[in-house]
Design a protein around this ligand. Structure first.
Ligand code: XMP
Length: 507
């Protein structure tokens, strides 16, 4: 099965390129610009965008293998500028920088723009521009600012575009990618997530052999899908462990056990680590420190469990693509937003090799894989829950008392969303216990209790999000119940910040 290789130069959109190609029905995966590839089964190469200027000293270079075998190449943004430069064209920081929606005019007929109107809106994000194309090339399109938007080589299958076809704002972006994949590379669009599952299972079997793997289940979507996939691949050589760190939602421990039985028909090894986690977290206020402690303690718990039997070499993580990009492990250029514990929060030294079967997938792809391997929908469509759990929702110092308050508050909020039909409409909803106390009046008495925040967001994959426009009546219902039923809470606020600039979680 032939695939499209996407070479990553650090653009935020690189995985989206691979994802769009997969949506077309051709398998695609991303490699970093400084990684090698043996070009096995590669039927086309896309060079991604990136934040650098091709003339800066340490700018990433196109790997040598790219032009070795006459495989068709599509250079996007930085990829286009790099191609122009190495083949003798000129790239310059022009007076006009183009960011956002920009009109493009097709000036020459070509297979790449087949089925595209003469003029269309594209999504641009560049300071540098190609001002002179290499020899034996022709310009295919320009922007209304007179900037070269696309050129191709007349004697080899190399095409370039300055705009981002993978971003939804680019009209005909999918058609342009499809033209490249089907017409220029000649690949047939027969791949589906079913193939992903089969290939992954094979890959896991090859990697793990007759050794054993251990997986931590949280009851969340990603680890459930990873567990079922792993179980299909290696059967009883997979040990599923649930570390109860005491930072879960109300009654979650029981739910996780039930879910695991429901989806796998297997029992789960439960480790009661509540005391250890709370002791280690005592007095810690700094969010990144909390994440690191939790990451470390998870691993120690798994190591302890694994040491009871020999042969456990792999630790399976339900890491998905948005975790990777935000922990800045995907591109060398992206900056760290948060150390998601299943990526950046792990300790440097541990006795396991990490296996991440879902690393290339976006959340909705993970859910589709889950459906295909038979996981019930009500599990797949649960809201995401972060690995560090309530530790990053109790702002600042964590105590058992605060955790208990937060569990009750969150339970009421989520119950209210279920009752009013809003749970399914929003992407993720939860509550946050702030360290702020506020004055109130209860009966005739003065009260001085915690402020809690409710947060609910609409999103597709968690990388950007907007606050949910939940009706006032629903918020009122939740707020009324919270201040009446939960001792210690005196005020409820609703978070109306989008991501960016805020993140979804508060810590
Ligand atoms: P942020 O707060 O980064 O959250 O905007 C994006 C999504 O990721 C979840 N999240 C995590 N998931 N480990 C996880 O497994 C973590 O450390 C972590 N931090 C945030 C968050 O709940 C949201 O869905």
């Amino acid at each position: 099965m032939e695939k499209i290789l996407v070479v990553d130069f650090g653009s935020q959109y690189t995985q989206l390129l691979a994802r769009r190609i997969r949506e077309i029905g051709v398998y695609s995966e991303v490699v970093q610009y400084d990684e090698t590839s043996d070009l096995k089964d590669v039927g086309g190469i896309i060079l991604s965008g990136g934040p650098d200027s091709v003339y800066s000293e340490f700018s990433p270079k196109i790997p040598e293998y790219v032009f070795e075998k006459d495989i068709p190449v599509l250079g996007v943004c930085y990829g286009m500028q790099s191609i122009a430069k190495i083949f003798g064209g000129k790239v310059k920081r022009e007076k006009v920088s183009e960011y956002g929606k920009t009109k493009v005019r097709v000036t020459k007929e070509s297979v790449l723009f087949d089925g595209v109107t003469d003029s269309f809106v594209s999504w641009m994000s560049h300071g540098d521009s190609v001002i002179e194309i290499p020899e034996n090339c022709e310009i295919l399109a320009e922007t209304t600012n007179g900037i070269i938007a696309s050129f191709r080589f007349k004697d080899k299958p190399i095409y370039t575009i300055q705009f981002h076809p993978e971003v939804r704002h680019t009209e005909f972006g999918n058609i342009i990618l499809e033209n490249f994949v089907s017409r220029i590379c000649g690949l047939s669009n027969t791949w589906s997530l079913k193939d992903f599952i089969n290939t992954k299972i094979e890959e896991i079997r090859e990697t793990v052999g007759d050794r054993k793997a251990i997986i931590g289940l949280s009851g969340g979507v990603d680890s459930s899908v990873a567990a079922v996939l792993m179980h299909r691949a290696i059967g009883k050589n997979l040990k599923a462990v649930f570390v109860d760190h005491g930072l879960l939602r109300l009654n979650e421990e029981n739910d996780v056990r039930r879910i695991f039985r429901e989806i796998l028909g297997l029992d789960l090894t439960v480790i009661d680590a509540r005391e250890t986690f709370l002791t280690k977290l005592k007095g810690v206020e700094e969010p990144e420190k909390k994440r690191k402690i939790i990451g470390e303690e998870f691993i120690r718990a798994f190591e302890k469990e694994a040491s009871k039997e020999s042969g456990y070499q792999y630790l399976v993580q339900g890491t998905i693509y948005s975790d990777v990009i935000e922990s800045a492990f995907s591109g060398k250029k992206t900056s760290v937003i948060k150390s998601h514990h299943n990526v950046g929060g792990l300790p440097e030294k541990m006795n396991f090799k990490i296996l991440e079967p879902l690393r290339e997938l976006f959340k909705d792809e993970v859910r589709s894989v889950g459906e295909l391997i038979g996981i019930p929908k009500h599990i797949l469509y649960r809201h995401p829950f972060p690995g560090p759990g309530l530790a990053i929702r109790v702002i600042g110092d964590i105590t058992e008392e605060k955790l208990n308050i937060l569990k009750q508050v969150d339970n009421i909020f989520i119950e209210t969303l279920h009752e009013t039909g809003w749970y399914e409409k929003v992407w993720q909803a939860f509550s946050v216990l702030t360290p702020v106390k506020s004055v109130g009046v209860v009966g005739d008495e003065r009260s001085y209790d915690y402020v809690v925040a409710l947060r609910s967001v609409d999103s597709v994959e968690g990388m950007t999000a907007d606050w949910s426009r939940i009706p006032y009546e629903v918020l009122e219902k939740a707020s009324g119940r919270i201040v009446n039923e939960v001792e210690g809470v005196g005020r409820v606020v609703y978070d109306i910040t989008s991501k960016p600039p805020a993140t979804i979680e508060w810590e």
